[in-house]
Write a protein that binds this ligand. Structure first.
Ligand SMILES: Nc1ncnc2c1ncn2[C@@H]1O[C@H](COP(=O)(O)OP(=O)(O)OP(=O)(O)O)[C@@H](O)[C@H]1O
Length: 309
């Protein structure tokens, strides 16, 4: 029999009173992958994570972690969780907390390894309440990984970390996945998703609107981003009938800046050249993850507006 997937969500919804925070979400995670949950404030990411960790129960549908109820102790000992506020006793020192948390697990990581991974060597005697914001995040990370979990949930883990700590931290997350650990992480930093994600799940207003690899998500957005400047003013009629999307024309004192997306930029540029349009500062580049996600969100908003009208 095949081993159960680390996490399965099957038609999961979560209501807070009459408000539906998560709607009909289905997902099955692949072991050894880093899945990044993206979405704007209030989209439903933390609620989704809290159902995966067993902190909240779904109103509808079913969540399974290693084939078990998420709150089942047999699932919990294989899972590490880092929440936005993990709420540890502030009077305890970093050394005491790591020792305490290691005791909860059958095969914890070596104490020194945890300290190195979280870069907390200099803070071992500091009370949790006296740590800086970034140091506290690193402590929560240490407590999440000290059981050497097969499955790790991280809710906005790099908030408050400086650039060096963040880079180091992202390297540790990648190394954990390379050792076969499954990681689920939420973030608002698209650069982190670009760097880490094997799979990206976009949640918008409680619904899943995209799920795939970075390349798959980018491929959903019209091929290339094109920008150039023109010496003279133009209006949108200049581009009528040409394959452009999201046309932006910005008049400036001495020139006009034009930006758009296109799946066939060569066609647009040769049509303009044939008309004798003189372009300067031409740039044609592939879209990045941030633009791809923005486009998916705009598309979802347009679809909602169409249904409502
Ligand atoms: N305990 C609660 N009671 C009532 N509403 C809640 C509760 N927790 C969350 N919500 C609401 O559910 C929605 C989803 O919240 P959630 O925290 O899951 O979003 P998020 O995607 O994690 O947002 P952020 O990026 O801001 O952290 C929000 O509108 C939020 O106000």
């Amino acid at each position: 029999m095949s081993r159960p997937s680390p996490v399965v969500l099957d038609g999961v919804s979560k209501d807070y009173g009459s408000f539906r925070a998560v709607s009909d979400l289905s997902l099955e995670l692949t072991p050894g992958q880093i899945t990044v949950l993206l979405g704007s404030n209030g989209a439903g990411k933390t609620t989704t994570l809290s159902m995966m960790t067993g902190l909240r129960k779904p109103t509808l549908g079913r969540v399974r972690v290693f084939g078990l109820e998420p709150a089942d102790p047999r699932a919990r000992t294989r899972t590490g969780v880092m929440l936005q506020d993990s709420g540890v006793p502030g009077v305890l020192r970093v050394r005491e907390l790591i020792r305490l948390f290691r005791q909860y697990y059958p095969a914890p990581l070596d104490f020194d390894q945890v300290v190195e991974m979280a870069s907390l060597r200099g803070q071992l005697n500091t009370r949790a309440q006296d740590l800086s914001g970034g140091q506290r995040q690193r402590l929560y990370f240490a407590l999440a990984v000290c059981g050497d979990p097969e499955l790790l949930f991280l809710d906005e883990p790099t908030v408050a970390m400086d650039v060096d700590s963040r880079n180091e931290f992202l390297g540790h997350i990648r190394a954990l996945a390379d050792r076969g650990r499954t990681v689920v992480l939420t973030t608002h930093y698209l650069a982190e998703a670009e760097r880490l994600a094997d799979r990206v799940v976009v949640i918008h207003r409680s619904r899943l609107i995209a799920d795939g690899s970075k390349a798959e998500l980018k491929a959903l957005t019209a091929g290339k981003r094109v920008s150039f400047t023109l010496p003279d003013p133009v209006d949108a009629t200049e581009f009528e009938g040409l394959p452009v999307e999201g046309l932006e024309i910005s008049p400036e004192p001495e020139e006009t800046v034009v930006r758009f997306h296109s799946t066939r930029p060569e066609e647009v540029l040769s049509a303009l050249a044939l008309r004798g349009t003189r372009l300067r500062d031409l740039e044609v580049v592939g879209v990045d993850l941030e633009e791809a996600v923005q486009n998916l969100v705009h598309q979802a908003n347009r679809e909602t507006a169409e249904v409502q009208s």
